[in-house]
Design a protein around this ligand. Structure first.
Ligand SMILES: NC(=O)c1ccc[n+]([C@@H]2O[C@H](COP(=O)([O-])OP(=O)(O)OC[C@H]3O[C@@H](n4cnc5c(N)ncnc54)[C@H](O)[C@@H]3O)[C@@H](O)[C@H]2O)c1
Length: 433
């Protein structure tokens, strides 16, 4: 079995399926197809499947031209029908892992995808979970479900976890050149999953178990969440001490070792950093342990949107105005630059709080045409001198390309800058984070 799979991998005759065609799955399916595998993308969203089959990309990192070529060449196809798994040798599962309202993990998408995989599980299949999740998910949730089919792991089929590290909008690192960690349930599972990925990914790092691979991803994202929390707190401390935090960070970053530059901001956003550490702390709660750093970082980071609103309030106060009735222009709604993803974006919380205080909120974000908050829909306004001058305060939230446009600050009446985008320009107008 193992040898047959190895031969299929070497000859690129391996038939691959990617389940879940979002920010992670569509680029992965494309990378597999570019590497020479025959690839089927499966999603429950008919609209995504239809677009992808027409070669129309809905993920900004994947060009429609590349997608079209692979689809036309017959190397890549998309379906909502899980029966396609019947003829598949290797499956990567890239479904969402959000939090419930209670901030507990919601692994229902993983469970549902696993049940579908189980229905078509057959001898000689490699199954890899990519969705970020708590340590133990692969062997405590997927393994029993898949073995209920009667097939045995490490003998009849091979199961592993390999965390996705994609950084949407990053021009230097994509799926292919971002090293990938793989940990299997048995040594053979690790070996085959490593061989499977090595065809499409430049560097694949095997680890001793799926749990180690799951924990590796959570360490990476907890590391970021905690360091962002620390630097956000340093920003608050610096304000109290009347010290410019940005100058402090720049100076500290001249140390060539032992310091890593993290920047303060309006809070955490995206599907990963605000969410993933809670998967870890939840798991620890089941073991009667409190993950203190995670809780503390979450407390500081989640207070930042409110801190930004306070800054806006301060800027208005200097003009003898109140939030109620003032016009606030928010620049940047996406959770980070150059993407249209608004999941968990702190800008949404800033906008909501401003609306709650009866401010008139306008926004510009070319990547986000509209947002709906508590039933109210706002549309991105074209950026112009008139728009800037109409605002009592401009809040720079996501950097996009505003950094390269000093006229924004020059034309605005007052600016709250959460990203230090406006260094050296009209200091008197600026309220920095
Ligand atoms: N977006 C990122 O930057 C990023 C980076 C690293 C890791 N991750 C992790 O990767 C996973 C996927 O994230 P994403 O951003 O691609 O999510 P996404 O929401 O963009 O895409 C997930 C896709 O899965 C589909 N789906 C849901 N249930 C399904 C099912 N049962 N069967 C088939 N398809 C199903 C959805 O329709 C959607 O198209 C998450 O666990 C996330 O934490 C994301």
């Amino acid at each position: 079995m193992k040898q047959a799979l190895r031969e299929k991998i070497a000859s690129r005759s391996l038939r691959v399926a990617v389940i879940g065609l979002g920010y992670v799955g569509l680029p992965l399916a494309t990378t597999f197809a570019e590497a020479g595998y025959d690839v089927t993308g499966i999603d429950v969203d008919q609209q995504k499947v239809d677009l992808a089959n027409k070669g129309e990309s809905y993920i900004s990192d994947i060009s429609s031209e590349v997608l079209q070529q692979l689809v036309d060449g017959g190397r890549l196809r998309f379906t909502t029908d899980f029966a396609a798994l019947r003829d598949i040798d290797a499956v990567s599962i890239c479904v969402p892992t959000p939090l419930r309202k209670t901030r507990d993990p919601d692994i229902s998408y993983i469970i549902s995808a696993t049940q579908q995989v189980k229905d078509y599980l057959h001898e000689g299949q490699i199954i890899v979970l990519e969705s970020t999740t708590y340590p133990g998910t692969t062997d405590e949730v997927l393994l029993p479900e898949l073995e209920a089919s009667g097939l045995v792991v490490g003998k009849d089929f091979f199961l592993a976890f390999s965390p996705e590290r994609i950084d949407p909008g990053n021009p230097n690192f994509g799926t292919r050149n971002t090293p990938k960690v793989v940990g299997g349930i048995t040594p053979d599972c690790t070996e085959l999953a490593q061989a499977f990925y090595s065809v499409a990914i430049d560097t694949v790092i095997p680890v001793s178990s799926a749990r180690v691979a799951e924990m590796t991803k959570l360490l990476e994202n907890t590391f970021r969440a905690v360091n962002i929390g620390l630097v956000n707190e340093i920003a608050i401390i610096c304000e109290k001490l009347d010290i410019n935090v940005w100058e402090v960070i720049d100076a500290a970053a001249t140390k060539p070792f032992g310091f890593m530059r993290f920047l303060p901001g309006p809070g955490l956003g995206g599907h990963c950093i605000p969410v993933d550490p809670h998967y870890l702390s939840w798991k620890l709660k089941t073991l009667d342990y409190t993950a203190r750093f995670i809780e503390l970082a979450a407390e500081v980071n989640s207070s930042m949107p409110h801190y930004v609103v306070n800054k806006i309030n301060q800027a208005l106060n200097e003009q003898k105005r109140s939030l109620n009735g003032s016009t606030i222009l928010v620049l940047g709604i996406a959770y980070k630059k150059n993407v249209g993803d608004v999941r968990e974006s702190p800008a949404l919380e800033v906008v909501q709080e401003l609306l709650d205080h009866k401010a008139i909120v306008l926004y510009n974000d070319d990547y986000v045409p509209s947002i709906t908050l508590k039933g109210r829909t706002l549309h991105s306004q074209p950026l112009s001198s008139g728009l800037l001058q109409a605002a009592d305060c401009v809040a720079l939230i996501t950097d996009h390309s505003y950094y390269d446009a000093p006229w924004i600050v020059n034309e605005a009446r007052s600016v709250v800058d959460t990203r230090n985008m406006t260094r050296g320009i009209q200091e008197s107008k600026l309220l920095r984070l």
